[in-house]
Design a protein around this ligand. Structure first.
Ligand SMILES: NC(=O)c1ccc[n+]([C@@H]2O[C@H](COP(=O)([O-])OP(=O)(O)OC[C@H]3O[C@@H](n4cnc5c(N)ncnc54)[C@H](OP(=O)(O)O)[C@@H]3O)[C@@H](O)[C@H]2O)c1
Length: 265
């Protein structure tokens, strides 16, 4: 199984946003499948610690690049990080988000969400997708969210970028299939990560651990255009998409987000 995976998506995987949370779990599970890794994130010490551990435990090579995926020179950074190696899989995991009312958020912060969440994956899909298409082999996995399926008040810009990730991946799933490249969007629900915990959600929602989200996403790569990890998330998505009107579904999202992030929080 691990041989098949490495043959199809190896020898190197690039994980963008790899220092913690779901990105670190992707790195871990890809190393277990014997892929060598290029790990990108801003926090170099976390990357180096993870790289040393994965190299030790799984016997794979690991390169790290401490960089901001929202920076204008992302393409040059990615090219330098991948210099001389064959990247057979790109996982774009990093995201930036703001919670609160759209008009109360500074424009430059909202534009930064677009840079990290949309410009970044577009650049890496273009750069590495082209090389994969030439080799007629490879995979691209973009992290989307259940929030990207419809209007999501109080996370409007973030949710819109997650719709971008979903539609980009699903479109490329069809286009690049002709070139032998598998593309997948993972539409995650609440997942226990540093990013989620830092947002200090109030109250309880069903939450998944990063490991099962990543395992389910990797298992779905090459099998479908997008996937929702976890049965509860899949049921919630079915309810919101198929049983409610669009207007009602947006209201449900609005109420849920306001409950999780009350004005005083
Ligand atoms: N957690 C959830 O509940 C949830 C739900 C639905 C979808 N998702 C999606 O899952 C993905 C991962 O979420 P997460 O919760 O694991 O996030 P997280 O805990 O905030 O971790 C994000 C990772 O990306 C890196 N990163 C963030 N901004 C970066 C930047 N500008 N440049 C380089 N690296 C950057 C972070 O490392 P550094 O700080 O070292 O840069 C970290 O390694 C996102 O695409 C998110 O939309 C998450």
């Amino acid at each position: 199984m691990s041989d098949d995976f490495a043959h199809r998506y190896g020898p190197w995987a690039l994980v963008a946003g790899a220092s913690a949370g779901l990105g670190a779990a992707f790195a871990e599970q890809l190393a277990a499948r014997k892929l060598s890794l290029i790990l990108i994130a801003r926090q170099r010490p976390l990357l180096e610690e993870l790289a040393a551990r994965l190299g030790r435990e799984h016997g794979v090579s690991v390169r790290v690049a401490a960089a901001d995926l929202g920076a204008p020179d992302l393409l040059a950074t990615a090219r330098a990080a991948a210099d001389g190696v064959e990247v057979g899989l790109v996982v774009y995991n990093a995201a930036f988000s703001l919670i609160g009312r759209f008009l109360e958020q500074p424009l430059d912060e909202k534009l930064r969400i677009i840079d990290v969440n949309c410009r970044g994956p577009l650049i890496l899909a273009d750069e590495f997708g082209r090389a994969m298409a030439q080799r007629r082999r490879g995979g691209i996995l973009l992290m989307s969210s259940l929030a990207g399926a419809r209007g999501s008040p109080l996370v409007a810009t973030y949710a819109a970028t997650k719709a971008f990730n979903l539609v980009l991946a699903e479109s490329l799933w069809d286009e690049l299939a002709e070139e032998g490249v598998d593309v997948l969007a993972c539409r995650a629900g609440a997942t226990r990560t540093p990013g989620y915990e830092t947002s200090k959600p109030q109250g309880k929602v069903p939450i998944m651990e990063p490991g099962p989200v990543v395992a389910q996403a990797l298992a779905a790569l090459g099998r479908r255009p997008s996937m929702v990890p976890g049965l509860i998330n899949a049921l919630a998505d079915f309810f919101l998409s198929r049983l409610l009107t669009r207007r009602a579904a947006i209201r449900v999202m609005s109420r849920a987000t306001r409950k999780l992030y009350p004005p005083s929080h």
